[in-house]
Write a new protein. Structure first.
Length: 150
């Protein structure tokens, strides 16, 4: 995902790495050296994450316990900054959920920087996930989610 922000690279870097600022849009973060424990607002996901690459203020790559990689790169463009958010390593059948979830994270970051509240993540997820399912190049046999089972 890509998004252009009307803020400088140092401010955006701070928004994606400073725990008190992260708590406003992403989730509760407790750092422990080169890793952190997170609980994300949008999904409720909780777990440990290792900081794999940290090159302030341009690049951050983190890896969770399931070897799912999230990499964020920032590029200054005058008084604006371009953010590129990439996710890799998730099972194919979970791509729609990860796509929707990552889009919600980026939208929540956008809202935070604009002084707005986070979205209703459950409602937004229900809006986004079907489009991500349709965008898959070929049908993937997706196991039923617990809420889809009788």
């Amino acid at each position: 995902m890509e998004e252009r922000y009307g803020t400088d690279i140092d401010d955006l870097w701070s928004a994606i790495t400073d725990p008190p600022r992260l708590a406003r849009w992403l989730g509760d973060i407790v750092r422990d050296g080169g890793s952190y424990h997170a609980r994300y607002h949008a999904s409720g996901w909780e777990g440990d994450v290792r900081i794999d690459v940290c090159e302030p203020p341009r690049r951050l790559r983190v890896v969770d316990a399931g070897d799912h990689v999230t990499e964020v790169t920032l590029t200054a463009d005058g008084d604006q900054t371009m953010l590129v958010w990439e996710a890799r390593g998730m099972p194919l059948h979970l791509l729609p959920a990860y796509g929707a979830g990552n889009q919600i994270h980026v939208e929540d970051l956008t809202a935070y920087l604009a002084g707005r509240d986070r979205c209703d993540a459950a409602a937004r997820f229900r809006e986004l996930e079907p489009a991500y399912k349709v965008a898959l190049p070929e049908p993937i046999d997706m196991p039923a989610r617990s809420e889809d089972r009788p």
